[in-house]
Ligand binder design. Sequence first.
Ligand SMILES: Cc1cc2nc3c(=O)[nH]c(=O)nc-3n(C[C@H](O)[C@H](O)[C@H](O)COP(=O)(O)OP(=O)(O)OC[C@H]3O[C@@H](n4cnc5c(N)ncnc54)[C@H](O)[C@@H]3O)c2cc1C
Length: 349
Amino acid sequence: MSDIYDVIIVGLGPAGSTLGRLLNDKLSVLALDKKSVSGGFKKPCGGLLAPDAQKSLARFGLTLPKSVLVDPQIFSVETIDLQSSLKREYSRSYVNMDRHAFDLWLMSLLPPNVTVITDAVFTGLMKTDDGFSVAYKKNGAAFEARAKYVVGADGAASVVAKSAGIAVKARRYAAIQRWFRGEDITPRYICAFDSSLTDCYMWGLTKDEYFILGGAFSPNMCRARFETFKEKTELKLGEEVKSEACAVLRPNGVTDCRCGKDGVFLAGEAAGFISPSSLEGISWAFDSASALANALNSAFERKTADPLSQYSTSAMKLRVKLFSKHMKQPFIYYPPLRRFVMKIGAGTL
Ligand SMILES: Cc1cc2nc3c(=O)[nH]c(=O)nc-3n(C[C@H](O)[C@H](O)[C@H](O)COP(=O)(O)OP(=O)(O)OC[C@H]3O[C@@H](n4cnc5c(N)ncnc54)[C@H](O)[C@@H]3O)c2cc1C
């Protein structure tokens, strides 16, 4: 016997929790996530809420509780070109958060029609006559649930996308973050570039009593490259208390993102929605989930027979945004142009 739902959401990051919150409250929804409320898996993230994500929260009518904030709030980013030793300060208005607390807060907003199962690992799906059968594991035991639609909001390494045969073509980087404690580092947010280590970027950030050093690297030799980055920063980092790594996507172009296929939908980074210039993904998760919620609500209210096409059309806005981020990239990632911009001091504090 298996439970039957209208929608099964796999993944309760910003995309999955937003979708669950915005779906019509008459729908029965099952939401699965491998993380647990009391510890275990925590999504590696810088935990910076960018202005676009702040705008999405404002559109949702949500305000951020103080419990998700960390010390300090930083209003500038120190940009460093490690190969030329150029440094510049740019103004930024991010909110510095505890990413895990943020995810738990978003989950706490889910309405009663959403059944939440944490510590549950999605393992696969099968097409049935009236929808899908979804398999997951919890505490070593195997379970099955059924639904008309399945949504993969399970991030960069989406198992839902793989199970449904949906190929998201975005480039895949290994994101490494290490947490340090103890040394006296002036509170700061740094953003570093070095084309000998990565064609993406590296960062450092104060979070309460910790300093997080991170970077997105090509998976080959990523740990050695991280070590070289660490040495090149010349920061006195103190004791390493945590090391984390995961995949992060970087779409090459607007066709790299995928909204879904045959009743399986993707939202957030699982769909490839993330900024290729800054790797900011929370606003993209919010906005894609909101577009998908509208499409699925319309389908259940019989206002559309094809929710995928409605979702894909609404997601055009995200594709246009992706295109504009692409146009910015040479000024950030092409070393001669970046150095020129840094040297003339355009936009610096
Ligand atoms: C190191 C790093 C730093 C980043 N820093 C920032 C930042 O500062 N600001 C920003 O805006 N973006 C940042 N990003 C990008 C951002 O974290 C993501 O784009 C964003 O979290 C995507 O949200 P999502 O809901 O689509 O997926 P995710 O946040 O990845 O959530 C996916 C959820 O699915 C669950 N899940 C995964 N697989 C399974 C499974 N098989 N079964 C059950 N559950 C599963 C996970 O537990 C998770 O809760 C960063 C990314 C990385 C890797």
